[in-house]
Design a protein around this ligand. Structure first.
Ligand code: PEP
Length: 249
Protein backbone atom coordinates (compact mmCIF):
# COMPACT_ATOMS: atom_id res chain seq x y z
CA UNK A 1 0.00 0.00 0.00
CA UNK A 2 1.28 3.46 -0.91
CA UNK A 3 1.67 6.09 1.81
CA UNK A 4 -1.23 8.58 2.08
CA UNK A 5 -0.77 11.42 -0.41
CA UNK A 6 -1.59 14.96 0.74
CA UNK A 7 -1.31 17.79 -1.76
CA UNK A 8 -2.01 21.48 -1.20
CA UNK A 9 -3.27 23.30 -4.30
CA UNK A 10 -2.59 27.01 -3.88
CA UNK A 11 -4.33 27.93 -7.14
CA UNK A 12 -3.68 31.59 -8.12
CA UNK A 13 -2.43 32.62 -4.68
CA UNK A 14 0.90 33.56 -3.07
CA UNK A 15 3.69 35.78 -4.31
CA UNK A 16 7.18 34.29 -4.54
CA UNK A 17 7.98 35.70 -1.09
CA UNK A 18 4.84 34.27 0.47
CA UNK A 19 5.34 30.89 -1.19
CA UNK A 20 8.96 30.60 -0.09
CA UNK A 21 8.07 31.60 3.46
CA UNK A 22 5.33 28.96 3.56
CA UNK A 23 7.69 26.31 2.15
CA UNK A 24 10.34 27.09 4.79
CA UNK A 25 7.80 26.87 7.57
CA UNK A 26 6.32 23.63 6.25
CA UNK A 27 9.79 22.09 5.87
CA UNK A 28 10.66 23.08 9.45
CA UNK A 29 7.33 21.83 10.81
CA UNK A 30 7.48 18.35 9.28
CA UNK A 31 10.01 15.66 10.03
CA UNK A 32 12.08 14.43 7.07
CA UNK A 33 10.90 10.81 7.37
CA UNK A 34 7.19 11.35 7.28
CA UNK A 35 4.96 8.32 6.86
CA UNK A 36 2.98 10.17 4.18
CA UNK A 37 3.74 11.83 0.87
CA UNK A 38 3.23 15.58 0.96
CA UNK A 39 3.39 18.15 -1.83
CA UNK A 40 2.44 21.74 -2.47
CA UNK A 41 1.26 23.16 -5.79
CA UNK A 42 2.35 26.80 -6.07
CA UNK A 43 1.54 29.03 -9.05
CA UNK A 44 4.08 28.65 -11.89
CA UNK A 45 5.99 31.76 -10.80
CA UNK A 46 6.90 30.22 -7.44
CA UNK A 47 7.65 26.63 -8.46
CA UNK A 48 11.42 26.99 -8.80
CA UNK A 49 12.12 28.93 -5.58
CA UNK A 50 9.78 26.66 -3.59
CA UNK A 51 11.53 23.58 -5.04
CA UNK A 52 14.89 25.02 -3.94
CA UNK A 53 13.63 25.43 -0.37
CA UNK A 54 12.08 21.96 -0.27
CA UNK A 55 15.04 20.10 -1.82
CA UNK A 56 15.94 17.13 0.38
CA UNK A 57 12.98 17.69 2.71
CA UNK A 58 10.85 14.86 1.32
CA UNK A 59 8.10 17.39 0.51
CA UNK A 60 7.33 17.46 -3.18
CA UNK A 61 6.42 20.26 -5.55
CA UNK A 62 3.42 19.93 -7.82
CA UNK A 63 2.35 22.01 -10.81
CA UNK A 64 -1.31 22.93 -11.19
CA UNK A 65 -1.44 22.35 -14.94
CA UNK A 66 0.78 21.83 -17.97
CA UNK A 67 0.66 21.84 -21.76
CA UNK A 68 0.50 18.54 -23.60
CA UNK A 69 3.38 19.30 -25.98
CA UNK A 70 7.01 19.13 -24.85
CA UNK A 71 8.13 22.38 -26.51
CA UNK A 72 7.20 24.77 -29.29
CA UNK A 73 5.34 27.90 -30.24
CA UNK A 74 2.65 27.81 -27.55
CA UNK A 75 2.78 31.29 -26.07
CA UNK A 76 1.91 31.39 -22.41
CA UNK A 77 2.12 27.63 -21.85
CA UNK A 78 4.46 25.51 -19.73
CA UNK A 79 5.44 21.95 -20.64
CA UNK A 80 6.18 18.83 -18.59
CA UNK A 81 9.95 18.90 -19.28
CA UNK A 82 10.08 22.55 -18.14
CA UNK A 83 8.19 21.66 -14.96
CA UNK A 84 10.47 18.72 -14.23
CA UNK A 85 13.49 20.97 -14.81
CA UNK A 86 12.10 23.55 -12.35
CA UNK A 87 11.83 20.89 -9.64
CA UNK A 88 8.32 19.49 -9.94
CA UNK A 89 7.61 15.90 -9.01
CA UNK A 90 3.85 16.01 -9.58
CA UNK A 91 1.36 17.79 -11.81
CA UNK A 92 -2.40 18.20 -11.36
CA UNK A 93 -4.28 17.43 -14.56
CA UNK A 94 -7.93 18.01 -15.38
CA UNK A 95 -8.82 20.04 -12.29
CA UNK A 96 -12.48 21.03 -12.51
CA UNK A 97 -11.47 24.70 -12.79
CA UNK A 98 -9.46 23.81 -15.92
CA UNK A 99 -12.42 21.84 -17.27
CA UNK A 100 -14.94 24.60 -16.48
CA UNK A 101 -13.04 27.81 -17.29
CA UNK A 102 -10.61 26.57 -19.94
CA UNK A 103 -12.73 23.99 -21.71
CA UNK A 104 -10.44 21.04 -21.03
CA UNK A 105 -12.07 17.73 -21.85
CA UNK A 106 -11.20 14.09 -21.28
CA UNK A 107 -9.11 13.79 -24.46
CA UNK A 108 -6.85 16.69 -23.50
CA UNK A 109 -6.57 15.26 -20.00
CA UNK A 110 -5.51 11.92 -21.48
CA UNK A 111 -2.83 13.51 -23.68
CA UNK A 112 -1.52 15.59 -20.79
CA UNK A 113 -1.25 12.55 -18.52
CA UNK A 114 0.77 10.71 -21.16
CA UNK A 115 3.02 13.74 -21.65
CA UNK A 116 3.51 14.14 -17.90
CA UNK A 117 4.46 10.49 -17.44
CA UNK A 118 6.77 10.71 -20.45
CA UNK A 119 8.72 13.40 -18.59
CA UNK A 120 8.77 11.45 -15.35
CA UNK A 121 6.16 13.58 -13.57
CA UNK A 122 3.54 11.88 -11.41
CA UNK A 123 0.11 12.92 -12.60
CA UNK A 124 -2.82 13.67 -10.32
CA UNK A 125 -5.85 13.24 -12.53
CA UNK A 126 -8.94 15.02 -11.19
CA UNK A 127 -12.40 13.70 -11.89
CA UNK A 128 -15.77 14.53 -10.36
CA UNK A 129 -19.38 15.29 -11.04
CA UNK A 130 -21.13 18.66 -10.91
CA UNK A 131 -24.11 19.28 -8.62
CA UNK A 132 -26.44 19.10 -11.61
CA UNK A 133 -25.01 15.73 -12.61
CA UNK A 134 -25.26 14.43 -9.06
CA UNK A 135 -28.87 15.54 -8.78
CA UNK A 136 -29.64 13.87 -12.10
CA UNK A 137 -28.25 10.59 -10.73
CA UNK A 138 -25.29 10.68 -13.11
CA UNK A 139 -22.42 10.59 -10.60
CA UNK A 140 -21.21 7.12 -11.48
CA UNK A 141 -21.62 7.48 -15.24
CA UNK A 142 -19.66 10.76 -15.20
CA UNK A 143 -16.90 9.21 -13.09
CA UNK A 144 -16.75 6.19 -15.38
CA UNK A 145 -16.47 8.33 -18.50
CA UNK A 146 -13.83 10.68 -17.06
CA UNK A 147 -11.75 7.83 -15.60
CA UNK A 148 -11.86 5.62 -18.69
CA UNK A 149 -11.19 8.41 -21.18
CA UNK A 150 -8.62 10.14 -19.00
CA UNK A 151 -6.60 6.95 -18.52
CA UNK A 152 -7.18 5.48 -21.98
CA UNK A 153 -4.22 3.72 -23.55
CA UNK A 154 -1.74 4.29 -20.71
CA UNK A 155 0.81 1.52 -20.36
CA UNK A 156 1.71 -0.11 -17.05
CA UNK A 157 4.61 2.28 -16.37
CA UNK A 158 2.44 5.29 -17.17
CA UNK A 159 -0.50 4.24 -14.99
CA UNK A 160 1.91 3.38 -12.17
CA UNK A 161 2.63 7.09 -11.71
CA UNK A 162 -0.96 8.31 -11.77
CA UNK A 163 -3.07 9.18 -8.74
CA UNK A 164 -6.76 9.85 -9.23
CA UNK A 165 -8.35 12.66 -7.25
CA UNK A 166 -12.09 12.32 -6.79
CA UNK A 167 -13.21 15.92 -6.52
CA UNK A 168 -16.98 16.39 -6.62
CA UNK A 169 -17.27 19.82 -8.22
CA UNK A 170 -20.05 20.84 -5.82
CA UNK A 171 -17.66 20.34 -2.90
CA UNK A 172 -14.77 22.45 -4.21
CA UNK A 173 -14.39 25.73 -2.38
CA UNK A 174 -17.98 25.55 -1.14
CA UNK A 175 -17.53 24.29 2.41
CA UNK A 176 -19.67 21.27 1.47
CA UNK A 177 -17.81 17.99 1.77
CA UNK A 178 -18.88 14.60 0.48
CA UNK A 179 -19.50 12.44 3.53
CA UNK A 180 -16.71 9.93 4.08
CA UNK A 181 -19.14 7.17 3.04
CA UNK A 182 -20.12 9.00 -0.18
CA UNK A 183 -16.45 9.51 -1.01
CA UNK A 184 -15.63 5.89 -0.16
CA UNK A 185 -18.34 4.57 -2.51
CA UNK A 186 -16.98 6.59 -5.43
CA UNK A 187 -13.40 5.62 -4.56
CA UNK A 188 -14.34 1.94 -4.64
CA UNK A 189 -16.04 2.48 -7.97
CA UNK A 190 -12.93 4.18 -9.38
CA UNK A 191 -10.72 1.31 -8.19
CA UNK A 192 -13.05 -1.16 -9.89
CA UNK A 193 -12.85 0.77 -13.16
CA UNK A 194 -9.05 0.84 -13.07
CA UNK A 195 -8.97 -2.83 -12.09
CA UNK A 196 -11.22 -3.64 -15.05
CA UNK A 197 -8.92 -1.76 -17.43
CA UNK A 198 -5.50 -2.62 -16.02
CA UNK A 199 -5.91 -5.66 -13.75
CA UNK A 200 -5.64 -6.27 -10.03
CA UNK A 201 -1.84 -5.78 -9.95
CA UNK A 202 -2.18 -2.07 -10.75
CA UNK A 203 -4.81 -1.29 -8.17
CA UNK A 204 -2.76 -2.45 -5.17
CA UNK A 205 -0.59 0.66 -5.50
CA UNK A 206 -3.17 2.95 -7.09
CA UNK A 207 -3.77 6.10 -5.09
CA UNK A 208 -7.30 7.43 -5.14
CA UNK A 209 -7.51 10.63 -3.13
CA UNK A 210 -10.39 12.92 -2.20
CA UNK A 211 -10.71 16.67 -2.74
CA UNK A 212 -13.47 19.10 -1.83
CA UNK A 213 -13.48 21.39 1.22
CA UNK A 214 -11.06 19.24 3.22
CA UNK A 215 -10.01 20.98 6.43
CA UNK A 216 -8.41 20.17 9.80
CA UNK A 217 -11.83 19.32 11.26
CA UNK A 218 -12.87 16.71 8.68
CA UNK A 219 -9.55 15.15 7.65
CA UNK A 220 -9.47 12.43 10.33
CA UNK A 221 -12.93 11.19 9.45
CA UNK A 222 -12.10 11.03 5.75
CA UNK A 223 -8.77 9.30 6.29
CA UNK A 224 -10.39 6.75 8.61
CA UNK A 225 -11.76 5.10 5.45
CA UNK A 226 -9.01 2.83 4.09
CA UNK A 227 -10.35 3.39 0.56
CA UNK A 228 -9.42 7.10 0.79
CA UNK A 229 -5.72 7.22 0.00
CA UNK A 230 -5.12 10.89 0.65
CA UNK A 231 -6.46 14.36 -0.07
CA UNK A 232 -6.12 17.26 -2.47
CA UNK A 233 -6.66 20.43 -0.47
CA UNK A 234 -7.44 23.88 -1.86
CA UNK A 235 -8.47 26.68 0.50
CA UNK A 236 -7.26 25.04 3.69
CA UNK A 237 -3.77 24.54 2.25
CA UNK A 238 -3.10 28.29 2.06
CA UNK A 239 -2.58 28.67 5.77
CA UNK A 240 0.46 26.93 7.22
CA UNK A 241 -1.16 25.98 10.56
CA UNK A 242 -4.20 24.57 8.83
CA UNK A 243 -2.19 22.63 6.22
CA UNK A 244 0.24 21.27 8.83
CA UNK A 245 -2.73 20.00 10.86
CA UNK A 246 -4.14 18.28 7.78
CA UNK A 247 -0.79 16.68 7.02
CA UNK A 248 -0.52 15.38 10.57
CA UNK A 249 -4.16 14.20 10.71
C1 PEP B 1 -9.27 21.93 -5.05
O1 PEP B 1 -9.17 23.01 -5.58
O2 PEP B 1 -8.77 20.93 -5.58
C2 PEP B 1 -10.02 21.84 -3.80
C3 PEP B 1 -10.30 20.66 -3.35
O3 PEP B 1 -10.36 23.02 -3.21
P1 PEP B 1 -11.04 23.21 -1.75
O4 PEP B 1 -10.26 22.35 -0.79
O5 PEP B 1 -10.92 24.66 -1.45
O6 PEP B 1 -12.45 22.74 -1.86
Amino acid sequence: MAKPLIVGNWKMHKTVGEAVDFARRLRDALSANLDRSVAVAPPFTAIYPVAQVLKGSGIGVCAQNMHEKAAGAYTGEVSAPLLADAGCEYVIIGHSERRTYFGEGDDVVNRKIKAARGSGLKAICCIGETLQEREAGQTFSVIERQAKKGLRGLNAAEIGGVAIAYEPVWAIGTGKTATPDEARDVHLFIRDIVKGEYGEGITADLQVIYGGSVNPANIADLMARPEIGGVLVGGASLDIESFAKIVRF
